[in-house]
Each structure stands twice: as structure tokens, then as C-alpha cells.
Design a protein around this ligand. Sequence first.
Ligand code: SF4
Length: 64
Amino acid sequence: MKIMYNAATCNHYGACIEEAPEVFSFAEDGSLRIQTYDISRSLEDKVRDACMMCPTQSVQIEDE
Ligand code: SF4
């Protein structure tokens, strides 16, 4: 499972960080940092929730 991220539409609200802090965080400049785009099975559910919670659909799942 992979993450696709669109920085142009991200409003930096941080919903994804609340759902999956292992993967999403804010960098010092306020941009969204994504730890890895290849998601391990143990984090799949959390990352799916994070993508569903994103108000702008800026993070989406690509199933392999
Ligand atoms: S939830 Fe969506 S809009 Fe908010 S910081 Fe994460 S990717 Fe950006």
C-alpha cells in the first residue's frame, strides 16, 4: 500500500497526523512530512483512517 500526497491542496490542518503520527508529522517550516510512502501492514488501518479524515483528499491510498 502506498500513499499519494498532493501538497498543493493540503491545508495543514493536521487531521492525518492525529490519526497516524507514525507516518505524518509537521516539519519545522510547517509543511507536512511523510515518514514513508510505503506503508507496512501494521500501519495500514491507521493510514486508511488518516486518508479518510483528510478534509481535502490530499492524502490518498494506492493499493498494490
Ligand atoms: S489531513 Fe490532509 S489537509 Fe490536513 S495536513 Fe493531512 S494531508 Fe494536509
